[in-house]
Write a protein that binds this ligand. Structure first.
Ligand SMILES: Cc1cc2nc3c(=O)[nH]c(=O)nc-3n(C[C@H](O)[C@H](O)[C@H](O)COP(=O)(O)OP(=O)(O)OC[C@H]3O[C@@H](n4cnc5c(N)ncnc54)[C@H](O)[C@@H]3O)c2cc1C
Length: 426
């Protein structure tokens, strides 16, 4: 530790990304302080779908998504929705999104996502085992189902496009579908299985598991909001905390998810970070007494509906349904109609299930317009590092991110060229 610093490394943000990075750094022998304004895992990492989505190699910024969604962007029940009150603030982000969907930019985005996805599941399995929470991870794939001929055509077209890039997937026999998902509606006409994906029992438990392992490795956790990061020219980085205190450290890693932008602005970096809000409902498992087997455990693996744009994941605490993207910034209240929509989708996909006791939640996916995260060192301040903007893939990519960032911060060459993810690419 430097003579004038209070801490060796401070990681700002104890979501999945920050917690994974903090643990990896501690495992490399660094003295780590993990800072968060809230308890660990209360941001986007709290309520995600738990899907290790290694098949997702196409950035959302694509000509296909723009063609399919612009007409219904303002409709209340649209899977991709823009809140009218947020139209003006979002315009610059939308313009960059459209720009990032050009064929050449999209192709670069696919290559950059594939590079991360290559080892994402292996890195996650290794880090979870290191944290003694390997039992929360299930290597059991997921099913993409359809109800209509149009849905079938869309699911098959998507599978064919992914297969070109080596993604493993295959149609599923009806009997296997009924075994894997006995509670599914008989309206489901078919499915494609993606066997190389995985899911976790509870994303919050994963985040807490990383933090627990960090503490056992000698790291510490502080509940404090960081108001500003001020790099010293030659000395330590200063963190101004909401409490009025100043914390000095040798290196800082900003992992503040959808809230990273103001911290970066103070450092001289203007990043077009916004949020894609997502909703979930979680239905507790029914009591075993008298409940038909198909409803006790209606799904063995995650199931995504092509037409309804939702995914259902069997978790430790119950069945979670997540879905939809809503552009509405960080301060508008959740729209209760989105929860009602999820309840309707659940009733249609799993008839016989009841969402009466469901809990509901909204979270803020941190998204840059080209749908790549920011990973790397600040080009302006050599002791300042960034890892944020993991959009729909923060659980999937947290451990590969952690390995790359720990290598970089230790002065080792990361296994990947990080230029595609640099902070000044916009
Ligand atoms: C509905 C939904 C479903 C999803 N499903 C999946 C999925 O199946 N698979 C997948 O891989 N990903 C999924 N995601 C995305 C994933 O959840 C996110 O990408 C991931 O949680 C981002 O993690 P993070 O650590 O970057 O951010 P967060 O979890 O949001 O953590 C950021 C933390 O920084 C803290 N913070 C912010 N500002 C400050 C400050 N100034 N000072 C101190 N602390 C600060 C916050 O309190 C917060 O705890 C989903 C997201 C949503 C919303």
């Amino acid at each position: 530790m430097s003579g004038t610093a209070d801490a060796d490394v401070v990681v700002v943000g104890a979501g999945l990304v920050g917690a994974a990075c903090a643990l990896r750094l501690a495992a490399a022998g660094r003295e780590v302080v993990l800072l968060d304004a809230q308890a660990p895992g209360q941001g986007a990492s709290f309520g995600n779908a738990g899907h290790i989505a290694t098949e997702q190699i196409f950035p959302l910024a694509s000509a296909e998504v723009i063609r399919a969604s612009w007409r219904y962007l303002l409709a209340a029940d649209s899977p991709l929705r823009l809140r009218a009150a947020y139209l003006l603030p979002l315009l610059p982000w939308l313009a960059r999104f459209v720009w990032a969907a050009r064929p050449a930019a999209f192709a670069r985005g696919v290559a950059a996502l594939m590079a991360l996805q290559q080892t994402a599941l292996g890195d996650l399995a290794e880090l979870m085992a290191h944290a003694s929470i390997g039992g929360l991870l299930h290597h059991d794939g997921y099913l993409r189902v359809w109800e209509t001929p149009a849905g079938e055509a869309a699911a098959r077209a998507q599978a064919s496009r992914l297969q070109v890039y080596g993604v493993n997937c295959a149609p599923v026999e009806t009997c296997m579908l009924r075994r894997a998902a006995p509670g599914l509606s008989t309206r489901i006409a078919g499915a494609i299985q993606y066997p190389d994906t995985a899911h976790v029992d509870d994303p919050l438990a994963v985040c807490r598991g990383f933090v627990g392992a960090l503490l056992r490795a000698g790291g510490s956790v502080l509940q404090q909001r960081v108001r500003a990061v001020q790099p010293g020219r030659h000395g330590p980085v200063m963190l101004q905390l909401e409490s009025g205190q100043t914390l000095r450290c040798r290196q800082v890693l900003v992992c503040a998810g959808a809230w990273s932008r103001p911290l970066l602005a103070g450092l001289g970096h203007a990043v077009p970070l916004d949020t894609e809000r997502g909703y979930h409902i979680t239905v507790p498992w029914p009591d075993a007494d008298g409940t038909p087997a198909a409803l006790l455990r209606p799904l063995q693996v995650p199931v995504a509906s092509t037409e309804r744009n939702v995914i259902m994941t069997p978790m430790a605490m119950g069945l979670r349904m997540t879905g939809t993207v809503e552009f509405g910034g960080l301060s508008l209240a959740p729209d209760p109609r989105r929860y009602a929509l999820l309840r309707q989708q659940l009733a249609a996909l799993l008839p016989g299930s009841s969402s009466a006791n469901a809990t509901s939640w909204m979270g803020f996916r941190p998204s840059l317009p080209d749908h790549l995260p920011v990973l790397g060192r600040s080009p302006l301040h050599q002791n300042v590092f960034f890892a944020f903007g993991h959009q729909h893939l923060g659980l999937t990519l947290c451990a590969v991110t952690a390995r790359l960032m720990a290598d970089l911060m230790q002065g080792h060459a990361p296994q990947l060229d990080l230029s595609a993810y640099r902070v000044d690419r916009f």
